[in-house]
Every structure is written in structure tokens, then in C-alpha cells.
Design a protein around this ligand. Structure first.
Ligand code: PLP
Length: 369
């Protein structure tokens, strides 16, 4: 049946993470450090809003761009984060949906798409599928992207730059100076920035800042999968300043011809979620981050992750895949760096799990040294 496949899809690799999960099926008493979703459930009032919406018959399509109430609230939030006057908003199926719209609207075959390495896997695979050239910007060892990095990587064919702070898989959070220097280079080279801010609530040492505040040609992306424990609701949004209307309108048209709209009951619930404070939930994650850092910093040389719920840890011996195989034999599930990077020197821990599991996992990883 292979002959029927499109050339586009043939080039797409199955996620390396799934391959590791398959290996993990044999584990008997696993500590699972591989999961990219929070271990808390959706807050009750937000759940109630979704249930009530379903009961009240709010089960039809919405406008392609989403419910007006929700878009107004998102626009107010993005405006506060970026300083943009009345941004345009599309509610989508997760940040994954935003990436699908933005990359399809922007990437031509042969365009250079710059991404900090390590990167979130969809940036890499979707760019590849669209025929874009992936330009990986090495951000080891502290994983903070700066203007200097961008200046070194940029080419005449460069069109798009990904920014992801707080970051998956590294947990890095970019400072104001980092963002300003990135903005300077983006402007100099006339780039569009795709700023994936899905982890913006999970920043432990300072407030996470939006790239949109520093650079006007930015599409900001956010969602509810991580902040409100609702990845299965498939709800996210993108926002762009008014002068980007030509791009915005094409993204809306593409949504009309693909997913049509995000699920209405969850859009209704998101109008509650967006006002629901998640500070207590995040405070618990800060404590988990501290446990991981205190447990692994000295022996593994881990640089303190400042956000999201990941640590990107140097693998003892320098070969992450080898170390991950040993960890799996020892009932700890971690992901090798080459799932998110051109290098295979680090492994990713997701500490979105219980404190007991974190303690157990740290002890088992130390045993392997
Ligand atoms: N962006 C990053 C950096 C992520 O880590 C994830 C999910 O793991 C996504 C986007 C996709 O999120 P969503 O569930 O909103 O599609």
C-alpha cells in the first residue's frame, strides 16, 4: 500500500517518544518521567461549565475563529501580555492546531525555518512536511536563545523563527534581555516569530514574558492543555497584531476548510478557565522542580530549569540513548535527547508526577551512576 502514500507524508518520522513507550511496556514497577501533561485534573468550576454547556445544547459549530466571548477574553489577556491594541484571535484545537495553521500559511518549499535546538517535535516535523528547511540553532548548554544565536544562524532564505519560552524539553525561560536581543535580530532580518507560550503559567523564578511585547511581527500561541490540565479538550489559541491581517485571514480560512472550529462546549468552559487562577497548582510544580534540581544537580550537572515541567539532564557518559536503555531496565522511563534535538547528549525528565514518584525516580537514576 506504500505506493499510495504522498511524498509529503513519507518523509515524516514516527515520534521517537512513541518508540520509547513501546519499550516501556515491559516495565514492571515504572517511574514514569515521560509524560508531557500535568498530573492534576481540570478545576471543578471549569468542568462544570463544560458539562452545563453540553446540557444547555451548546453542541453546534461556532464561528470559525471561535466564540466571541472567549476571543474577547483571550484578546484582553494577550493585550496585557504584549501591549498590542485589540489583537486578532483564532481559537483552535490546541497549540498543535495553531502550528498547523501558521506553518501552512507561511512556509513555502525552500524557506528557512529557524528553531532553537532542542525543540518541540511538531516544529521540526511539520516544517519538514511542508518542504521548509529546518535551521537548528544550538542552544546548549543553558538552552537560552539569544540574538547572538539568531545572528549566527540566519540566512537570506530565513523567514520564520520559533521561540518557545518556557521551553519543552529544556525548561528554559528567556529573560527580558534575551527576548530583546532576539527581537533586534528578527527585525533586522525581517522574520516572522512564532512564539509558543503554552507553558507561560509555569515559570518559577520570574514571570514569563511574551515575545510579542518586544517584536511586532509575532504570532503568539497559547492554550489550556497544560495550565488547566485539559490536553484532551484540544483547546488553544493564536493571536496576532492588527497589521498582520493578511496572514491572520488566511489562517482563519484554512481553519474553515480543515477543523472548522474548536469544540463548542470546551470553548464555553475556557471562558471560565481563563479567569480561573492556577497559582496554587503552579506552586506545587515549583516544589517538584526544586526536588528534581536538588536531587540531580550535583551528580548529573543539571542546570536549574526555570519553567514548564521538564528538566533536560546531561546523560552520564554522554550517550543519552544508551543511558535511557539502562534507565528503562531499572524501571525509570525517560526520553533520550535525540527525540528533540540533533544531539543525543541529554535526557528529558517530565516531573509532572507525584512527589513519591519523583523521590523514587531520583534514587533509581542515582543508582545507575
Ligand atoms: N507546544 C509545546 C512546547 C508543547 O510541549 C506541546 C505539548 O506537549 C504543544 C505545543 C501542544 O499542545 P496542545 O495540547 O495545545 O496541542
Amino acid at each position: 500500500m506504500e505506493k499510495y502514500l504522498s511524498d509529503r507524508i513519507k518523509g515524516m518520522d514516527a515520534s521517537g517518544i512513541r518508540k520509547i513507550w513501546q519499550l516501556a511496556q515491559k516495565m514492571t514497577d515504572p517511574v514514569n518521567f515521560s509524560i508531557g501533561e500535568p498530573d492534576f485534573d481540570v478545576p471543578e468550576p471549569v468542568k462544570e461549565a463544560a458539562i452545563e454547556a453540553i446540557r444547555n445544547g451548546r453542541n453546534g459549530y461556532t464561528l470559525t475563529t471561535g466564540l466571541n466571548d472567549l476571543r474577547a477574553k483571550i484578546a484582553a489577556k494577550v493585550s496585557a501580555d504584549t501591549g498590542w491594541d485589540d489583537p486578532q484571535v483564532i481559537v483552535t484545537c490546541g497549540v498543535s492546531g495553531c502550528l498547523m495553521l501558521a506553518l501552512n500559511a507561511l512556509v513555502n518549499p525552500g524557506d528557512d525555518v529557524l528553531m532553537p535546538d532542542p525543540y518541540f517535535v511538531i516544529y521540526d516535523q511539520m516544517t519538514k512536511m511542508l518542504g521548509g528547511n529546518r535551521v537548528y540553532i544550538d542552544t546548549y548548554p543553558d538552552f537560552r536563545l539569544t540574538g547572538e544565536h539568531v545572528a549566527r544562524a540566519v540566512t537570506p532564505a530565513s523567514k520564520i523563527l520559533f521561540v518557545n519560552s518556557p521551553s519543552n524539553p529544556s525548561g528554559a525561560v528567556y529573560s527580558e534581555d534575551d527576548l530583546k536581543s532576539i527581537a533586534q535580530e528578527a527585525k533586522k532580518n525581517d522574520l516572522i516569530v512564532l512564539s509558543d507560550e503554552i507553558y507561560s503559567d509555569f515559570s518559577y523564578d520570574s514571570k514569563a514574558l511574551s515575545m510579542g511585547r518586544y517584536y511586532e511581527n509575532t504570532i503568539v500561541m497559547g492554550g489550556f492543555s497544560k495550565s488547566h490540565g485539559a490536553p484532551g479538550w484540544r483547546l488553544g489559541y493564536l493571536a496576532a497584531p492588527k497589521h498582520m491581517a493578511a496572514i491572520f485571514d488566511k489562517m482563519a480560512t484554512l481553519q474553515q476548510y480543515t477543523i472548522v472550529c474548536a469544540p463548542q462546549p470546551f470553548q464555553v468552559a475556557a471562558t471560565v478557565a481563563i479567569d480561573y487562577p492556577v497559582d496554587d497548582l503552579v506552586a506545587k510544580y515549583k516544589a517538584k522542580r526544586d526536588m528534581i534540581y536538588d536531587g540531580l544537580a550535583k551528580d548529573f550537572g543539571l542546570i536549574k530549569p526555570a519553567g514548564a515541567f521538564y528538566a533536560f539532564v546531561p546523560a552520564p557518559g554522554g550517550n543519552a540513548t544508551e543511558f535511557v536503555m539502562k534507565a528503562i531496565e531499572n524501571d525509570v522511563l525517560i526520553i533520550p535527547g535525540n527525540c528533540f534535538s540533533q544531539k543525543d547528549t541529554h535526557f528529558r525528565i517530565s516531573y509532572a508526577t507525584s512527589e513519591d514518584m519523583i523521590k523514587k525516580g531520583i534514587a533509581r537514576l542515582k543508582d545507575l551512576l
